[in-house]
Each structure stands twice: as C-alpha cells, then as structure tokens.
Design a protein around this ligand. Sequence first.
Ligand code: ZN
Length: 331
Amino acid sequence: MSAKPLHRGRGLGWVFLVLLFVACGGKKPQPVTQPQAPVVVPTFDADSAYHYTAQQVAFGPRVPNTEAHVSCGDWLEGELERFGAQVTAQRVTLRAYDGTILAARNIIGSYKPELKKRVLLCAHWDSRPWADADPDPKYHRTPILGANDGASGVGVLLEVARQLQAQPTQIGVDIIFFDAEDYGTHAEEKESTGSNTWCLGSQYWARVPHMADYNARYGILLDMVGGKDARFHREGYSDYFAKPIVDKVWAAAQACGYGQWFLHADGGVITDDHLPINQFARIPCIDIIGHYPETGFSPTWHTMDDTMDNIDPAVLRAVGQTVLQVIYSEK
Ligand SMILES: [Zn+2]
C-alpha cells in the first residue's frame, strides 16, 4: 500500500421474536413473545492465525513471477478448500508500472455462495519486491518477507475461514486474497500521476469480478494487522466511502473487548485495495490497517525487518475477533 496521510502527522440482550399462534377455539391469532438465542460469536484462535502467517513467510518473498509466489498461491487455494470454501482462482496477467508483466492470481473462497446477502473480507497475499524503505540503502532492491505487510491479513482470514467451516454464519461470506498489491512504484522512482500503480489485483477484480453481477453489502480489508504495538485508526477513504461500516466495525471491536485497539482517531488517507472496490465495484469497503505514532506507518513497513519477530499474536487476535464479531452478528 502507499499512504498519503492527510495529517502527518455480547452482551446482546435477549432478542424477543414476535410469533403468532392460532389459539384453540378458533379465536383470532394472538401475538406472543418467544426468546431467540443471542448471537454466539466463536473465539478467534490467534495462535492459528500466527501459524498461517508464518507458513506464508516460510515460502520466502511472495513476489509475482517467482517460484515462491506460485507455491504459496497453490497452498492458499488448498487451505481455503480444506476449510470448506468454494474456491475460484482468477488468473490474469497485469502490467506493472515499470512494464513488467506479472502472472497474477486473485484467490477467492466463498461460503454459502447461493445467498444474496454477503460480506466481503479481503487482504493481499503478494509481498513487496523491494525493501525500498529500509534504513540501509543496500537493501533497496532486495525483496522483503512481508510477515506483516501481506501475510498477517491473510493469516487472520485463514483462521476466519477455519471458523466459518466449524460454525457457519447466517450470511454468505467471500474471502478474497488479492495479488499484485505491492508492486507499486519504487521509492527511488517518480510516482506517475493519475494512475494507481499499486493494488493491481484488486483494480482488476473490481472491474472484472470473479462472477457476473457480484455484489456484497460491504467489504472489510485487512492490511498490516499483526505488527507489534499497532493500533487502528479510522482511515480516510474508508470514512469517505463507507462511514457506517467503519462505525459498525469499531463498535464491534468495543463490544468484544478490543475498543482500546480501535480508536476513533484520524488514520490519514491510504491507497490500498479497498479503494478500487469502492470506486469501481461500488461496494462500500473499509481498511483495517495498523497505525503508529509519528509517521503513521509501521516501522517495519517495506524494510528487511518485516519478519515474524515483529508479529504480535495479540494484535492478530484483536482484529480477528472483531471481524468474527461483525460477520456472526450479520443477518
Ligand atoms: Zn506494502
């Protein structure tokens, strides 16, 4: 992702359902109330999410056109299948800003594909080809491991997939792993104006979804959701396009005990996969993305330090539990 910060800176009570019954003696139906079970939200297993994150990192950098990328993509499809999703691989060649033709693959796992009521969850699975923000310039052309930047969001969503198999939601859920998010313009080259060189996989999917007339009530993007000391601020495009969804998700965080991680603070404006989903697919989509004091960016962002050593399962848990709270409450 690239950022243009604006300022650099269950307690569900019993729900009563009104039911009608026909009283004996042929009298008029009388309304009665009958308790409906409260929403049971499963417990997110942060150790699983951590493990799925580490498994991606173990492939090495997942840079398009590399063997590690192909192997990891195959593994991701297999995991979604193992967790009971209907899997679609959208294979496409995309042209990077420098002319490189990328063999890209968006991977979609669908639950209850027959339902019209759907929610979209997404993250990018590729990793940055260059550590162009590393303090040491000698690494500026070296690929990164992307433990946080890429793998963490996918790791959380694989754990969500496992939960969806164990306990289905009332609505349909699509999990999309976007490719070629992080092949945007190198920091030492001039960013082109007027075109988004990032988010190539999601830009494609938002124009050509994996099925005709695809729609969802809303989308939630996870990016960099495992970094130590991360907090989550309200991101600018999310508030612009999908403010009610930000409100809903931040309220869910509060409801499941993670309100101190999700702050009603300005997170700046960040170009990420949710942008084309809002602009082209016209599905309101928010970005849950780690925020840090001072620069707004994770200190490991696009550096050689984006490794498992800097992933905190407690952060994965705060995000994962919040996502479960949202989707299991949806009717
Ligand atoms: Zn990135």
